[in-house]
Design a protein around this ligand. Structure first.
Ligand code: GEK
Length: 244
C-alpha cells in the first residue's frame, strides 16, 4: 500500500480518548492512516491531473486547502508547471506543513508549490482557477462553511472550479446505518481492529462533522456556484465539482 509507518494510534486500550488533532503523532502515520480509512482516497487523488487539465488557466493560482502532506498539490503540479500556475497549499497544522515541505522538496515541480501555515478562514484568496478542498471542509464548524465557500467562489476566475471531497451522511436512517457499517467493514478489511475503529470514532466526534449531499449542494449554490455535481463516490465519501 505504502511504505510509511503503520497507524496504530488507537490500538492501545489504555486511557481515555482525546479529541482528534493533526499533531506530530498523526503526521508520522498520515499516508497509511488516510489510505486505510478513507474509501476512494486514492481514486480522488488520481482524478486530479485530469481535472487540472480541464480547469487550470495559464498564470492563475491553484489552492490546495487542508493540504496535509501535499498529495493533492503534487497531483496537479505537472499541469501547473506546464501552465505556469502557482499552487498554494494551506494547512493550520505546523507539524503537517513541516513534513509536507520535506516531501515536496523531493519532487522536480516543487518550485511551483508554496506552503502557508494558516487557518483557511483567515486567508485572502485571489486569482484562482482551481481550488481543491479534499476532506477538509468537514473539519470547519458548520455555521462558518458558507462564508468560507463564498470567499472561495469570489476568488475564482470565470470558468474556475472547486473540487470538494467530503465524508457524507444519508437522509434515510437505514441507508445511513448501512453505509457506516460498510465503512467499518472497509476499515476492518484494511487491518483496523474493532477497538481502533471505535476509539477513532470517539476521537472524531464533534471534530469531523459530515453533512448530507443536498446540504453541500444547497450551500454551494448559496455561495454563488452555478453548477454542482458529484464526480465520484465510494460508500460515504464523495467528491463534488462546483463551477463558478
Ligand atoms: C489530502 N487534503 O491528502 N485551516 C487550515 N487547515 C485545516 C483546518 C483549518 N481550519 N482544519 C483542518 N485543517 C489532504 C487531506 S486532512 C483529512 C486533508 C483527514 C487541515 C488539517 O490540519 C489536516 O491536515 C487537513 O485539514 C485535513 O488530500 O485527515 O481526514
Amino acid at each position: 500500500m505504502n511504505s510509511t509507518p503503520r497507524d496504530t494510534i488507537y490500538a492501545s486500550v489504555k486511557g481515555k480518548v482525546d479529541a482528534f488533532k493533526f499533531d506530530q503523532r498523526v503526521v508520522s502515520v498520515f499516508p497509511d492512516m488516510i489510505a486505510r480509512s478513507v474509501p476512494g482516497y486514492q481514486s480522488t487523488i488520481e482524478m486530479l491531473p485530469a481535472l487540472a487539465e480541464l480547469y487550470l488557466q495559464r498564470g492563475a493560482q491553484v489552492y490546495d486547502l487542508g493540504c496535509s502532506l501535499g498529495a493533492s498539490a503534487l497531483a496537479v503540479a505537472p499541469c501547473a508547471a506546464k501552465r505556469n500556475c502557482k499552487i498554494i497549499g494551506i494547512d493550520n497544522s505546523a507539524a503537517m506543513l513541516k513534513k509536507c515541505q520535506q516531501i515536496i522538496d523531493q519532487y522536480s515541480h516543487s518550485s511551483f508549490i508554496d506552503l502557508l501555515c494558516a487557518d483557511l478562514q483567515d486567508v485572502e484568496y485571489r486569482h484562482a482557477s482551481m481550488v481543491i478542498m479534499n476532506y477538509t471542509l468537514q473539519f470547519i464548524p458548520i455555521e462558518q462553511r458558507l462564508q468560507l465557500l463564498t470567499k472561495i467562489q469570489q476568488s475564482l476566475l470565470p470558468g474556475g472550479a472547486l473540487v470538494l471531497s467530503e465524508k457524507i451522511t444519508f437522509q434515510n436512517p437505514k441507508i445511513n446505518r448501512d453505509m457506516i457499517a460498510l465503512h467499518q467493514a472497509f476499515k476492518r478489511a484494511n487491518g483496523y481492529s474493532d477497538l481502533e475503529i471505535s476509539r477513532k470514532r470517539a476521537a472524531l466526534e464533534n471534530v469531523l462533522l459530515p453533512e448530507h449531499y443536498s446540504e453541500h449542494q444547497e450551500r454551494l449554490h448559496s455561495a454563488g456556484f452555478s453548477q454542482v455535481e458529484i464526480v465520484c463516490q465510494t460508500l460515504n465519501f464523495c467528491t463534488m465539482l462546483a463551477l463558478k
